[in-house]
Design a protein around this ligand. Structure first.
Ligand code: MN
Length: 465
């Protein structure tokens, strides 16, 4: 059975029910998955009800309605099948659409999971799209949301573009005219909404001396190239609206800048995914910024607003989301300033700070990433924050750079190992990871993570991974 066969069986099953509840995750990928499935079901004449949870655990299981509706779990469920069993859910009333590692349980629920077919670089929204496409080939327009979910879950980050079936979905959307796939585009966040010099200055992958974290430096760099940075009415241009020859001039000069500093230039380029049907200079215009908009709504616990936008609302929901996005950015900026003003504690192989209960735990990872580029980039940053629902629990977020990952640092491994030792849990990626730990073990934990990272660098130095 191929992934498409699994998607076809799932489509057939879900379409045979009159009432469906979708249980999804509250981040960009979860919201995009939910929107894909609820739109596809609505088009098929089934009106689904949606529930969003931060994660599926015994406490949040209570949000799943106890009724006769068919339950679709997306972007979660694979790893929590024992909870579904405990809840008494039968095999004929559940579908799991996921991309996380499956936990075996005593019941074998119907599941579509790209991991089961060896595809690790695809998110739940990609899987949800395959199901929607099996429901009706006319759902090809939903490929846009699949791309947003994939990009939101960082599936394009490592390879500077989507790969495998996730990329095929993007190409399918491009063939249908709803996605523009641009190869070797500038690998920079904010190409649709940020003035170009700001866009360049805020980017730190790759780190470009004199430009990264230096808005004035970036502006001077662009001015020297002699391109029109402002429109006749004095509005700053965004990357997307530059002329092709100006784009080439900027990228070739950036390549020179990188090479003259002895840096590699390959991460300067990535494939990007634009939505030509959206209004120019809005965050809806490209997959990365669209995903941030969804995450902002999710983090301020308004996922249904984000879902409405995914399904086409460009009126009240979009205005509300823009407001949340601004607020989201303001709070992240505040957190960034707090970290820089307070200062971090440096250990031999990491730097850390505890922000107490000042900031929502949902944004500390982003704040940590931004702070890192203003601090010692050679040492990963670790930020701890109190859990609002449970002060005995501490949330930990870590960020490092591509360069550090290249030297052997693996934050996912470090946090998973150290948190398991103190009875917590962790996960994520090499470059960005998180964990929950008991408050009383904070001090030991930080030292232990430092030690593990030291070991990773040491192992790499000896030439074996
Ligand atoms: Mn996901």
């Amino acid at each position: 059975m191929s992934l498409c066969d699994d998607a076809r069986s799932a489509a057939r099953e879900v379409l045979s029910h009159d009432e469906v509840t979708i249980v999804s995750h509250i981040d960009a990928d979860g919201i995009a998955s939910e929107a894909i499935l609820s739109e596809a079901l609505s088009r098929a004449g089934i009106r689904p009800r949606s529930v969003y949870v931060r994660q599926l655990e015994p406490m949040t299981m209570r949000q799943v309605p106890q009724d006769d509706t068919f339950k679709v779990f997306c972007d979660l469920g694979a790893g929590q099948q024992n909870l579904l069993v405990e809840r008494g859910l039968r095999e004929d009333e559940v579908l799991i659409v996921d991309h996380h590692v499956s936990q075996p349980a005593e019941r074998s629920y119907l599941q579509v999971n790209c991991l089961h077919h060896g595809f690790s670089k695809m998110s739940a929204a990609g899987v949800a799209y395959l199901v929607a496409r099996e429901m009706d080939p006319g759902n090809v327009d939903l490929s846009r949301l699949a791309v947003v979910g994939n990009v939101g879950d960082m599936m394009a980050r490592e390879d500077c573009g989507l790969v495998g079936p996730a990329r095929e979905i993007a190409l399918e959307g491009a063939a249908a005219g709803c996605i523009e796939v641009i190869s070797r585009d500038l690998n920079c966040y904010g190409t649709s909404t940020r003035p170009l010099h700001v866009c360049l200055a805020y980017n730190d992958d790759p780190y470009i001396a004199g430009i990264t974290n230096n808005v004035n430096g970036a502006l001077r760099f662009l001015q020297k190239l002699g391109i029109e940075l402002q429109t006749p009415d004095k509005r700053w241009r965004v990357w997307e609206e530059l002329l092709p020859e100006d784009k080439r001039l900027v990228t070739s000069s950036l390549v020179q800048q990188l090479i003259s500093c002895g840096e590699r230039a390959d991460r300067l380029f990535s494939e990007s995914y634009l939505f030509p049907g959206e209004v120019a200079r809005t965050p809806l215009r490209n997959a990365q910024e669209f995903a941030t908009l969804l995450n902002a709504c999710g983090r301020w616990t308004r996922p249904s607003v984000a879902s409405a936008i995914c399904r086409g609302d460009r009126g009240p929901a979009f205005r509300e989301a823009e407001h949340m996005l601004n607020n989201h950015r303001a709070v992240i900026r505040e957190l960034l300033e707090y970290i820089l003003d307070t200062g971090v504690e440096e250990l031999s192989h990491l730097q850390w700070i505890h922000v107490g209960n000042r900031y929502p735990d949902t944004i500390v990872g982003i704040g940590a990433g931004m702070a890192l580029s203003r601090l010692n980039m050679d040492k990963p940053i670790l930020v701890m924050v109190e859990q609002p629902e449970d002060p005995c629990l501490t949330k930990v977020s870590m960020r490092t750079t591509e360069r550090a990952v290249g030297r052997g640092i693996d934050l996912q491994q470090a946090l998973t190992t150290a948190s398991a030792e103190v009875g917590g849990a962790g996960g994520g990626h090499r470059i960005a990871a998180g964990a929950f730990i008991p408050k009383e073990s904070e001090e030991y934990f930080v030292k232990r993570v430092n030690q593990i990272i030291a070991g990773q660098l040491c192992a790499e130095g000896q030439g074996h991974r």
